[in-house]
Ligand binder design. Structure first.
Ligand code: ZN
Length: 247
């Protein structure tokens, strides 16, 4: 069973299509770590695609915000504007879908899925000290998280916490991680729709647990086309610009 792991799609239909084209034939079942919507110009397309894939999906903070499940007080002005823009455009059916998304952690197909940290779906995990609790407390050996939009991860074994560099180099499209027994992993597949780790290409992962390999991908997509749709629809200019920098 090969599992396609998607996260932080953020209403970017073009990036999602490019990722799915690159992943075609390489996976059997899809999962999604949340933030299907927010920021980008294609909220209904992103929700429709996730539903079509039958992906086991947990909610992210943006999914909650568009459904009024959480206040947007913590959101910056551009993110807040995108939440309002998205809420006004989602079909009632797609809003219902997002509202019903479960909160992580979700155990499925031998993986544990969380949006932020293991104990707090809204907490960012950037550093080893932030990762430690999730590594130790997760109910499974392999936990996938999103929220930071940084592809990479952490590994814990023999009381040692190791930072894993999993991002494919600029000219390469994938980096492979070999899973070692008796180690605990906390892994971020990267963001499809708004990468922030200085590589603007869409990020995702494919986990093949039977063979003990997880591959991390980066796929180029037509960023200018997405920016043009964002500008035409009145989304904040800063959100369009950052796509090109992967920041
Ligand atoms: Zn996000």
């Amino acid at each position: 069973m090969r599992i396609l792991v998607l996260s932080d799609l953020h209403s970017n239909g073009t990036a999602l299509d490019a990722a799915l084209a690159a992943a075609q034939g390489r996976w059997d079942r899809a999962v999604c770590l949340g933030d299907v919507v927010g920021y980008g110009p294609d909220p209904n397309e992103a929700v429709a695609k996730i539903r079509e894939l039958g992906a086991a999906t947990i909610r992210g903070n943006h999914d909650k915000a568009v459904c009024d499940l959480v206040s947007v007080d913590d959101f910056n002005p551009a993110a807040r504007a995108a939440v309002d823009w998205t809420r006004a455009r989602l079909t009632p059916e797609n809003l219902d879908y997002l509202r019903a998304l479960p909160q992580g952690p979700l155990e499925t197909e031998g993986l544990v899925l969380v949006h932020g940290a293991f104990h707090d779906e809204d907490e960012y995990v950037f550093t080893p000290s932030q990762a430690l609790e999730s590594l130790l407390d997760s109910s499974g050996l392999i936990t996938f998280f999103g929220h930071t939009h940084h592809q990479g991860g952490f590994c814990f074994h023999d009381s040692q916490l190791e930072v894993l560099a999993l991002r494919p180099r600029d000219k390469e499209s994938l980096a492979a991680l070999r899973i070692e027994p008796a180690r605990r992993y906390l892994l971020n597949p990267g963001s499809i729709g708004q990468p922030r780790d200085a590589d603007p290409r869409a990020g995702f992962a494919i986990a093949d647990l039977a063979h003990g390999v997880i591959e991390f991908f980066r796929v180029p997509y037509d960023i200018a086309a997405v920016q043009a749709r964002m500008r035409a629809s009145g989304l904040p200019e800063a959100l369009a610009q950052r796509l090109a920098f992967g920041r």
